[in-house]
Write a protein that binds this ligand. Structure first.
Ligand code: NAP
Length: 294
């Protein structure tokens, strides 16, 4: 399988890096144009991010979303409830934002306070404002092939595959990871595009035997170095969703990129692959929600 990217001689020899920053920029530019139009029509798009944690990584992520939103003309309210917020506090806040006509997108940031589960709260987010696709209704609609916001990360995987011209119809796609927010919805989206889809997880025996059969391999686990060249078939396209911090404090994925690049037809870098596209899509989804209400 080939990917339509411009490659240097070095990259051609070692495999192709499938960049996400270019597609992310295009999505942000379109969101900015759409946001300007909405503002001119008197419907300024607005995103609310509900935070109930002091986790540093989450704080960094929320600041980056808020900054990106404001740069494209989307107002962003960060609603800080603190790490001692109860499930009821969170429920009330989400219900209030869901009925606030000036709010078009709602994100509930993880981690949540001890003892509070996402599954309990996600249903409080109005489906039409559920820009990260966490409400079970959104997941059900996605599975049924009905319009819904997919989780932004799953949508980002598809954006990257399309942007790099990766064919899916009839191809073997293997997704490693089966979380509600990444693995399962990514598998659904691949299935909708007529790929033959397998899902691997912690109980999968002989992971490498499954992943080596993939034309398209999506890895969404959260474990450094889980996938190396021995897990990848010749010419396969590898999408690395994982975000981990290594011993030197650097952001790395689940895939040993330089090893895998010896065999793969393409591999997404971390950082600079799925992450920026995910953030851009959260903004695009918010604009789309505002357009539906304009
Ligand atoms: P999660 O809820 O912890 O799910 C991890 C999945 O990996 C589970 O399904 C688990 O299987 C599976 N798994 C764990 N160890 C495995 C192994 N040795 N072999 C095969 N499967 C294994 O994580 P998540 O929320 O889906 O996130 C996955 C990764 O993506 C994390 O690194 C996260 O930080 C990253 N992420 C990135 C973005 C982005 O924008 N780039 C967005 C979201 C998440 P079981 O179900 O059997 O336990």
């Amino acid at each position: 399988m080939t990917a339509t990217t411009t490659t240097t001689a070095e990259e051609s020899r070692t495999g192709v890096l499938l960049d996400g920053t270019g597609r992310a920029r295009e999505i942000r530019e379109q969101a900015a144009a759409d946001a300007a139009e909405l503002i001119a029509r008197g419907v300024p798009p607005r995103l609310a991010v509900v935070v109930a944690t002091e986790d540093e990584g989450a704080g960094w992520y929320v600041r980056s979303i808020a900054g990106a939103a404001r740069r494209v003309g989307i107002a962003c309210d960060v609603v800080e409830l603190g790490p001692r917020a109860s499930a009821d506090d969170l429920r009330r806040t989400l219900a209030g934002l869901s009925t606030d006509d000036t709010v078009h997108g709602i994100i509930l940031q993880t981690p949540l306070p001890d003892g509070v589960r996402m599954e309990e709260l996600a249903a409080e987010i109005a489906p039409e404002k559920d820009v990260d696709g966490v409400n079970p209704l959104s997941a059900g609609r996605l599975a049924a092939g009905l319009p819904a916001f997919p989780p932004a990360t799953a949508a980002a995987v598809m954006e990257l595959l399309d942007h790099h011209g990766v064919a899916l119809d009839g191809r073997n796609a293997v997704v490693v990871g089966r979380s509600q927010v990444v693995g399962k919805p990514t598998a659904q989206l691949l299935l909708q595009r007529d790929a033959t889809v397998s899902i691997c997880h912690r109980h999968t025996t002989d992971l490498a035997a499954h992943t080596r059969a993939a034309d398209v391999l999506v890895v969404a686990v959260g474990r450094i170095g889980l996938v190396s060249a021995e897990h990848v078939g010749d010419g396969a396209i590898v999408i690395d969703v994982g975000t981990n911090t290594d011993a030197d404090g650097r952001l790395v994925g689940d895939v040993d990129t330089s090893d895998v690049a010896r065999r793969a037809g393409g591999v997404t870098p971390v950082p600079g692959g799925v992450g920026p596209v995910t953030t851009a899509l959260l903004l695009a989804h918010t604009v789309r929600s505002a357009q539906a209400h304009a």
